[in-house]
Ligand binder design. Structure first.
Ligand code: SF4
Ligand code: SF4
Length: 77
């Protein structure tokens, strides 16, 4: 399990999530931030801190944002 940042982050990128992540597994991918899927410890702190609700547990990513799960993973390949 891991959390995923969706496209709602683009244009905001206030880094509130990076300030609360205990293991610093959130990185800047350019247009938005992304979460390392293998390092995330599934604590949920980032999702609670995001002002636009752009972060979801991978099992709860809305259907319209399904591509974001791959986007987060592919950044770290
Ligand atoms: S769920 Fe926790 S460990 Fe995973 S990215 Fe968010 S703050 Fe970091
Ligand atoms: S808190 Fe939300 S909007 Fe801010 S950088 Fe993180 S994912 Fe993007």
């Amino acid at each position: 399990m891991a959390y995923v940042i969706t496209t709602g982050c683009a244009g905001v990128k206030d880094a509130a999530c990076t300030q609360v992540c205990p293991i610093e597994c959130i990185h800047d991918a350019g247009d938005q931030l992304v979460i390392h899927p293998d390092e995330c410890i599934d604590c949920g702190a980032c999702a609670a801190a995001c002002p636009v609700g752009a972060i979801f547990q991978d099992s709860d990513v809305p259907a319209g944002h399904a591509a974001s799960t791959a986007r987060n993973r592919e950044f770290f390949l």
